[in-house]
Ligand binder design. Sequence first.
Ligand SMILES: Cc1cc2nc3c(=O)[nH]c(=O)nc-3n(C[C@H](O)[C@H](O)[C@H](O)COP(=O)(O)OP(=O)(O)OC[C@H]3O[C@@H](n4cnc5c(N)ncnc54)[C@H](O)[C@@H]3O)c2cc1C
Length: 410
Amino acid sequence: MPATRGEALHHLDSFVPLAASHYARERNYDRGPKHRGNVSQLSAAIQRRLITEQEVLQAISKAHSLEACEKFAQEVLWRSYWKSWLELRPSVWRDYQNSLSTLLSFESPVYSRALHAQTSIECFDYWRKELFETGYLHNHARMWFASIWIFTFKLPWQLGAKLFEEELCDFDPAANTLSWRWVAGLHTPGKHYLATAQNISQYTESRFSPENQLIENAPCLTFKAPSLEPLKEEYLPFQGSADKVGLLLHPEDFSPETIDWVNFSPQSTAVLDPGLISFWGQKSSRVHAYNRKAVADLIGRHQSIGSTVELLSDGNLTEKLKGWINRHALKEIYLIKPWQGYLKDQWAVAEKNLTSQGVSFYYLRRDYDKEFSQKAHSGFFSFKSELGPVWSRIKTERNKERLWKVKELK
Ligand SMILES: Cc1cc2nc3c(=O)[nH]c(=O)nc-3n(C[C@H](O)[C@H](O)[C@H](O)COP(=O)(O)OP(=O)(O)OC[C@H]3O[C@@H](n4cnc5c(N)ncnc54)[C@H](O)[C@@H]3O)c2cc1C
């Protein structure tokens, strides 16, 4: 999986010719790790924004009409849908976190066998090992894996989501948590995803055929509609800022060169190492290695344009920020607004501590995110109708992305 911006752009370039009919026809097949030409494998790079969704859509728009590559474009949009959906329903994230804390001591022989790839279901054990060894699973395998976990093994979905969290290189709090909930039937009332032996056999081209091994008629988990909390924010055009300001780059946005910063020239820029944000589990060494490469790439790109940048890593988030702020006597910090997830949770604590010391924080949103941020009130079907106008805009626009300052409303 590409772990630098250069690699990701190169990978995208090679994938563009395949993003239309080839992708639509082939994308559901999981032929194993050595045969991934039918999907882009860009998710880890897009998740950290080594390349942006806008760049991906722009690249395919040069080669195809929207009709021709609609399937791929819609997949790219799913990430924004999940992020926006969770942002509007923060209680879903909080409930997931609370469930994990009560499940931390969960033990059962089935759970242990599932974690150690020692179940009697060959395909499940294979995907379990593949996840550990590669940090990636094909989308269909993720669906089958989650379905078997929930409906055949009857394990708590939250523990499955946590396992993905620890080992997926593309782990994204919204996409992961909400996809697990979707499989369980907690996203759309009466709709869950049941893996069947026939479907697995068809889309793995008979690599696996778990006949009579899966529970193929389990009911959905009990659906409870989450409360919708509309965002109380508006967006003002970003116009740079005054003296003594710092720019904080964090792991949700690693391509500052794709943004139009207007007149903004921070006195100091810092990069937040993903390792400073604690998750539930110890991340796998594969994820650490991916992060190290991505961070080194960001710093290298920044230095190549003549800017100095400090890496904030190892230790306590608030203390690291405090050190950076004090070293440069910064009064204002600007950052892309984090989405619902671990970074946002831990950032909120750090912000509270530092605000009391007289530092002000300002949040920014990219144009692309602003367009979608308030739109996930219902299902993906209505959300995806936003794609047309966005496509028309970015097809003709070749400039850097505009930035908006987020104004919190009372
Ligand atoms: C249980 C489960 C857990 C998942 N957890 C994650 C996760 O933590 N992080 C993650 O990025 N994706 C997650 N996905 C979504 C999807 O499986 C991956 O994004 C996709 O498989 C990545 O491979 P790709 O880049 O080759 O995708 P492609 O098929 O090439 O799709 C192109 C791009 O579209 C986006 N995309 C495609 N499908 C989805 C989707 N369902 N949700 C959000 N974005 C999507 C990705 O950015 C991807 O790179 C999960 C899906 C399931 C069923």
